[in-house]
Ligand binder design. Structure first.
Ligand code: HEC
Length: 262
């Protein structure tokens, strides 16, 4: 943690002395070398194994798509269609299925704290950190073989390019063309494999500005906020479809997360 504080203080000096863009790249590289994301992964593993809810069960038998209890590589193959729910689910919505089903918790209880802050972190964010960490090095391969998976991908693509809201923006307004940036942040082209691969494989991520590990659902919500849209419902069909579109576009790249962001 001490190292991080030093980096944040040192950045303005570097930026003044060198080309600002290079300084930011260096800053991001240094951040990723000592990321607190590891602490989230460890806490998430503890929660995964902790008996909870009316059934006093852990999540260790949760089926994330590769069979009950198989965590390694599972995130790299999400979102996907699940037979038991007959739905395409991303990691967050699947975790809710396991918390309510295996642990017998109410949806209200399972969704009580989806986004944490520095004072009170969230169970969802811890669990997500642990599970995605178990896919490091696995190639992204969200399936599109099932009809519902194809429909979800197509819906996500449509939403990505769908313009609406006060500013008539779509995701593509900021992430559809090369060399766009807001302030000093490069905006990746998420509709092309290269951009989607780089961005998607580094999320979920520890965000230094929030001192928290943030989920993909958070990332999408925050972009909707920037678009002046109402906040999407957690684990809704729309956010799962958007995630599916991004995951499929990122196919083939090894997962590198959880990442570290400014
Ligand atoms: C008003 C411009 C704007 C719009 C529109 C927008 N975003 Fe973003 N997006 C951003 C900014 C700014 C960032 C953060 C870049 C940073 O901090 O480095 C970002 C980051 C992201 C990232 C992470 C990229 C990375 O490399 O870490 C993803 C994924 C993403 N947006 C998805 C979406 C999706 C999906 C939509 C449509 C629902 C969307 N964005 C709409 C501005 C926008």
């Amino acid at each position: 943690m001490k190292r991080l504080v030093f980096l944040l203080v040192a950045l303005p000096l570097c930026a003044a002395a060198q080309d600002a863009k290079k300084a930011i790249e260096k800053y991001q590289q240094m951040l990723s070398e000592g990321s607190p994301a590891e602490l989230w992964e460890l806490e998430g593993e503890t929660l995964w194994k902790k008996p909870q809810g009316p059934k006093n069960a852990s999540l260790e038998k949760c089926d994330l798509g590769l069979g009950a209890g198989k965590v390694e590589g599972a995130y790299a193959r999400l979102p996907r269609w699940f037979k038991d729910t007959d739905k395409v689910q991303d990691l967050e919505s699947r975790l809710l299925t396991c918390m309510t089903g295996l642990q017998g918790r109410s949806l209200k209880d399972a969704t009580a704290r989806l986004f944490g802050n520095a004072d009170r972190p969230s169970e969802m964010e811890y669990l997500v950190a642990y599970i995605v960490g178990q896919s490091r090095g696995h190639k992204m391969a969200a399936p599109v073989g099932h009809a519902k998976e194809r429909a979800s991908y197509e819906l996500g693509k449509k939403i990505f390019f769908y313009r609406a809201g006060a500013w008539d923006f779509s995701c593509a307004s900021c992430h559809g063309e090369a060399d766009k940036r807001i302030r000093m942040q490069d905006l990746p082209v998420l509709s092309e494999p290269a951009g989607a691969q780089k961005a998607y494989t580094s999320w979920p991520a520890y965000r230094v500005s929030n001192s928290q590990l943030k989920t993909m659902q958070w990332r999408i919500n925050d972009c909707y906020r920037q678009m002046r849209f109402p906040e999407p419902e957690f684990a809704s069909e729309a956010t799962i479809a958007l995630t599916h579109y991004l995951a499929v576009t990122a196919a083939g790249a090894p997962y590198r997360g959880p990442g570290t962001k400014r």
